[in-house]
Design a protein around this ligand. Structure first.
Ligand code: GTP
Ligand code: MG
Length: 254
């Protein structure tokens, strides 16, 4: 059983990608289930096999604790953890090979807080997992935004501690020329030049970031399934390769 998380900033296309990637896997007669981890979403384009909204209602949390929409979501996920036993039992009933997990747009859950990691570990148990991080290509067209998204991606990669694939989402919305530029940046080319004048700190930061890129971000469109074959191949490569959560053994090498 493999868990594939879809994370990314608000509106980066996670829910749409989960729906389309599920349909893509189903078309290839694969066994796939979907988990909705967003307690605040109102409508979904798919029917989830497990839905956190069955356990917590973000709107009710907002009213009960007098919170705003963002903090109510954070508190909702905290509350979910108090129901860990029931959740583990229900998720345990899913028997599909692939479980796609749609996550909320409040990425701080995965980048800074422990709850994102704790909750994802709860779901995954002993199975293997991979995180697909969506970089909205419409935003990433600007060099500084591209770098910021890579930094956010690194934060999540570090915090979650599971293998990660970066994708450039919604590439159908950008021009061929813009895509070409984004692909070059992904290969570490021209990014520093595109940033223009930067201070020494930023220069070193970007250089290190480029060096640490394992695989260039994969261009993806949920509108025409561009990049789906590539994404699937990369997920397979990672899952079959045996990379997974940081274990006691490899942690001691850090
Ligand atoms: N053109 C185009 N639009 C897309 C694509 N993927 C998503 N969208 C649109 O982008 C908007 C946001 O998509 P969602 O899938 O809801 O994004 P999300 O990341 O789940 O959003 P939150 O859960 O609110 O953070 C919707 O209007 C989608 O139709 C894509 O590949 N191409
Ligand atoms: Mg969504």
């Amino acid at each position: 059983m493999y868990y594939v998380f879809f994370t990314g900033t608000a509106g980066s296309g996670k829910t749409t990608a989960v729906k389309e990637f599920r349909d893509y896997l189903l078309d290839q007669e694969m066994d796939v289930a979907v988990v909705n981890m967003d307690p605040a979403v109102e409508t979904l384009p798919y029917t989830p096999d497990f839905d956190v909204r069955d356990y917590v209602d973000a709107r009710e949390v907002m009213e009960r604790f007098g919170l705003g929409p963002n903090s109510s979501l954070i508190v909702s996920i905290d509350l979910l953890l108090t129901k860990a036993t029931d959740i583990k039992r229900e998720v345990g009933e899913i028997e599909s090979n692939y479980v796609l997990v749609d996550t909320p747009g409040q990425v701080e859950l995965f980048a800074y807080r422990d709850t994102g990691r704790t909750f994802s570990s709860l779901l995954v148990g002993d199975s293997k997992s991979v995180n697909v991080f969506l970089m909205d290509s419409f935003i990433a067209r600007e060099a500084r935004s591209y770098v910021s998204l890579l930094l956010l991606s690194s934060s999540i990669r570090f915090k979650l501690g599971i293998p990660q694939v970066n994708v450039l989402s919604k590439v159908d919305l950008i021009s061929d020329k813009e895509l070409e530029k984004l692909l070059a940046w992904g290969e570490g080319e021209d990014l520093l030049d595109s940033l223009g004048v930067v201070d020494d700190y930023s220069f070193e930061l970007v250089r290190t970031l480029i060096e640490s890129l394992e695989v260039p971000p994969i261009p993806l469109s949920s509108t025409n399934r561009e990049g789906f074959d590539k994404l699937y191949a990369e997920i397979q490569r990672i899952l079959a390769g045996g990379e997974d959560f940081v274990t006691e053994e490899n942690n001691s090498r850090l």
